[in-house]
Design a protein. Structure first.
Length: 234
């Protein structure tokens, strides 16, 4: 997915720079202080030829083993159907520090910044509850590697934009504590979601079932989203 509708404001706008600096400070504080690991679980499937491909690649590339050296991750096969499609259940435990370390190992980076392009009311709703406002945070992770080409996710850059309407600054007297909390929760969520996407692409060699789910969500089709397979609990 590409980012469109760019802001006409210069990047030197002090408001945006101030907010972006404050947001990135919160990223650092989350990494330093939030040590609790949260377990995410999801199911996926592999066609017989995907199983053979992974069996051939993992001894050479060791992508799952390298991931397992950084985070707690395991998956097991629980069924095989008549078409020789294998079904798996995966569990992974993450905290911000380990997630960001893993993204760095994958050469994936998230670019957190405030943007005048977006107003909070323009962000997508995160709940059907009419009393809850839009999240005010959106990420642009874009396409995942094509599973048919054994592409890697290395070099992926993902902008994470925060609405300029959040009242968050470097100076405490100009900050709203509730907004700081919402920003921290948003940072946590985006780190976890993008890490799980990256794990699917790298450690699990991008199962085609997950790829189609994700691309279907990106294109607005009525398919299971990749966000739903990770049981995210804030």
């Amino acid at each position: 997915m590409t980012l469109s509708g760019g802001s006409s404001k210069k990047t030197s706008d002090p408001l945006i720079e101030d907010m972006t600096e404050a947001i990135n400070k919160q990223v650092g504080l989350l990494k330093k202080n939030f040590k609790e690991e949260v377990e995410f679980s999801f199911d996926f499937r592999r066609a017989w030829y995907e199983v053979e491909r992974v069996d051939q690649l993992e001894p050479k590339e060791k992508r799952f083993a390298q991931t397992q050296a950084i985070v707690s991750i395991q998956y097991e096969k629980y069924s095989v159907d008549k078409a020789r499609t294998s079904y798996y259940h995966c569990k992974v435990k993450l905290n911000p520090e380990k997630a960001l370390t893993l993204l760095s190992r994958y050469d994936v980076s998230l670019d957190f910044k405030a943007a005048r392009t977006y107003r909070e009311k323009d962000f997508p709703k995160t709940s059907d509850d009419p009393e809850l406002p839009p999240a005010g945070i959106v990420s642009f992770f874009g396409d995942l590697p094509d599973p048919d080409k054994n592409e890697r996710i290395k070099g992926k850059r993902g902008p994470v934009l925060f609405s300029y309407q959040f009242d968050i600054r470097r100076s405490d007297e100009k900050a709203n504590k509730d907004d700081f909390l919402r920003v921290r929760m948003g940072i946590w969520h985006e780190i976890m979601e993008c890490t799980i996407l990256s794990i699917a692409a790298e450690a699990l060699y991008m199962p085609k079932s997950l790829y189609l789910d994700y691309m279907g969500e990106q294109e607005g089709r009525d398919m299971s989203s990749l966000a739903s397979f990770a049981q995210i609990a804030v």
